[in-house]
Ligand binder design. Structure first.
Ligand code: AMP
Length: 577
């Protein structure tokens, strides 16, 4: 430091990131920033390219395995990195520039994994599109993002072709096929041919760590889906945290099977974490049935899986029905999130396979790891039932993520495990604004992100979700907008009003139940309502049942009071499918 008392520096002030002395620009104090001492570390950008280069140097022999339409595909990180280089070059040849959005419309596979790194490392933005969304939402998402290129799995082409006429910005469609047959040039370019024609070497640009690396849309509960844009810095920090023992504890010796789709919140960061640590990666393709997953886990000696409760629950049921058919002895970590982990699933995995499920909470907007439930060592003396109760909570906020709960009146609530309010979070991998969205103002409060979840936090810091501020129906880890369904039903000329609630379903966790008030004198049946909805909403959004009620209960301000309906129909028997 220049001597603090020296007249030369005594009146310095910070202006626009530079230091000024005695009112005039002199030189930058190399050691101080205002009154704070500067750390003398390199300003090294936190970008995904460092993970790619790390894999190239250190993990060339590790395997990446994919289940494809034609069988198991297997290669090494060495092959992978070489193909990523070619893909980056191919995109450049197609005219993709820094900042361009490159969409994927694909299941979990080695090619999708290649795109996950080639696109951001060449400076463009990977936009993973949820192939399960309704057509109009898909068209909106592609157009809003302004995607220039889209990579489409051959198996998803029939869906893509339906929305293609509505897409305004796509210049190149690249088809990823497993069968080796040439792609019809009228449909698009062939992924493999593109790579074969690309240069083997690619010079990756040095990127600012704040550069956008990826993009993902929320499921759009009311109105259009909202766009979340990730930065390299956010993903790198998230990855470092995810790998730590206090969170997911993923390491080089792991074999990871990501059941959670790569289009859902970055597959919970598993592709990045695997890459950083050099873990063996297993991709299930579109084959998510338990009968497909169980042998994959057994044969590849998978140690770590991640999925929503519906899928992990279905896997568990399958394994239970045929005890000993598939060995799960390699499993050491089962990550469950996206919806609350049911107690019987948690207990079942422990009793039958000796693995405590790691329960995690997160959102597309939180990259997603917001909190993870790992018991503290100080809980060791607690009775087993208390420990079990804690395991079912959503856990502690991740390192670098801060959490608070707020009352409707905007007051911070105590951490007593009783008071509940809206969960709000902030941190380096928490969204600061949605991309190009007029709803931004209502989603943030004093620099905190409003999650829309309602939670308690106990004295130890463990978060427990108790409800949602919005009444979306959670079906198999995906969201169904109750409001959109209601609006569609209320278009029926014989319907006076309708409310849709999520009701427990043994397979899907929740399914929509439509509570309909017919107009006076009208005769309506469940079949008439369902028939009316066909073509207006995605098929998987269709309510599993319709009940007719005398009136929708209202709150004091005239809003639908769905709590009352939920209570009334909580044991509603679903008709046989
Ligand atoms: P998405 O952005 O589609 O991943 O959905 C995020 C939402 O899923 C959160 O706001 C929660 O409502 C819900 N969610 C995620 N993880 C959990 C969990 N472990 N328990 C209960 N709800 C969860």
């Amino acid at each position: 430091m220049a001597p603090r008392g020296s007249s030369h520096w005594s009146t310095r002030a910070r202006l626009g990131g530079r230091l000024f002395c005695n009112g005039a620009s002199r030189s930058i104090d190399p050691l101080f920033f205002g009154d704070a001492m500067l750390g003398l570390m390199m300003d090294y950008p936190l970008t995904l390219t460092t993970f790619l280069e790390r894999a190239r140097r250190f993990h060339g022999k590790k395997e990446i395995v994919s289940r494809t339409a034609t069988g198991i595909h297997r290669y090494t990180y060495k092959d992978y990195v070489q193909r990523v280089d070619r893909l980056a070059g191919a995109l450049k040849m197609l005219g993709v520039n820094q900042g361009d959005r490159v969409a994927t419309f694909a299941w979990n596979s080695f090619r999708h994994f290649e795109i996950y790194f080639a696109v951001p490392c060449m400076g463009a933005v990977t936009h993973t599109v949820n192939a399960r969304l309704y057509h109009d939402q898909l068209a909106y998402i592609f157009n809003h993002a302004g995607d220039r290129v889209v990579f489409v799995d051959a198996s998803l082409l029939p869906v893509f072709e339906k929305i293609r006429p509505q897409l305004k910005t796509i210049q190149h469609v690249i088809v990823m096929a497993d069968d080796g047959k040439p792609v019809d040039p009228k449909v698009g370019l062939d992924y493999e041919a593109l790579l074969a024609d690309a240069p083997a070497h690619f010079d990756y640009p040095v990127l600012d760590e704040r550069t956008a690396s990826g993009m993902c849309y929320t499921s759009g509960t009311t109105g259009h889906p909202k766009a979340v844009v990730y930065s390299h810095r956010a993903i790198v920090l998230h990855t470092l945290a995810a790998a730590t023992t206090g969170l997911l504890g993923i390491e080089e010796g792991d074999t990871i099977l990501s059941i959670v789709p790569m289009f859902h919140a970055n597959a919970w960061g598993l592709p990045y974490t695997a890459m950083m640590v050099g873990a063996k990666m297993v991709w299930p393709g579109p084959f998510l049935q338990p009968a497909d997953l169980a042998p994959l886990i057994e044969q590849e000696r998978v140690t770590c899986i991640g999925g929503v409760p519906t899928i992990i629950g279905a896997l568990y049921q399958y394994l239970k029905q045929a005890p000993g058919k598939h060995s799960m002895s390699s499993l050491r970590r089962v990550i469950v999130g996206g919806s609350a982990c049911p107690p019987n699933l948690m207990m079942g995995f422990k009793n039958d396979f000796g693995v405590w499920i790691t329960h995690a909470w997160g959102m597309t907007e939180t990259t997603p790891l917001g909190s993870v439930c790992v018991l503290k060592s100080t809980f060791a003396g607690l009775p087993p039932e208390d420990q079990f109760r804690i395991r079912l909570t959503q856990g502690l906020p991740s390192p670098l993520v801060e959490a608070r709960i707020m009352s409707e009146a905007g007051q911070e609530l105590p951490w007593d495990g009783v008071a509940f309010g809206e969960l709000q979070v902030r941190g380096p991998w928490v969204i600061s604004a949605y991309f190009d969205d007029p709803r931004n103002a209502e989603c943030f409060q004093d620099g905190w992100f409003r999650t829309g979840d309602v939670a308690t936090i106990d004295g130890e810091g463990f978060i427990q979700l108790v409800d949602r501020t919005k009444d979306v129906v959670k079906s198999g880890g995906e969201w169904i907008s109750s409001v959109e369904l209601e609006n569609a039903i209320m278009l029926h000329p014989d319907v006076q009003e309708a409310a849709v609630i999520g009701v427990y379903h043994p397979k899907w966790q929740e399914r929509p139940l439509a509570c309909v008030v017919p107009k006076e004198g009208a005769t309506l049946t469940s079949a008439m309502i369902l028939e009316f909805l066909k073509g207006k909403v995605a098929t998987w959004w269709l309510p599993n049942d319709v009940v007719f009620i005398e009136g929708v209960p209202k709150t004091s301000v005239g809003k639908f009071d769905k709590k009352v309906l939920r209570e009334r129909f909580k044991a509603h028997p679903w008709p046989e499918a």
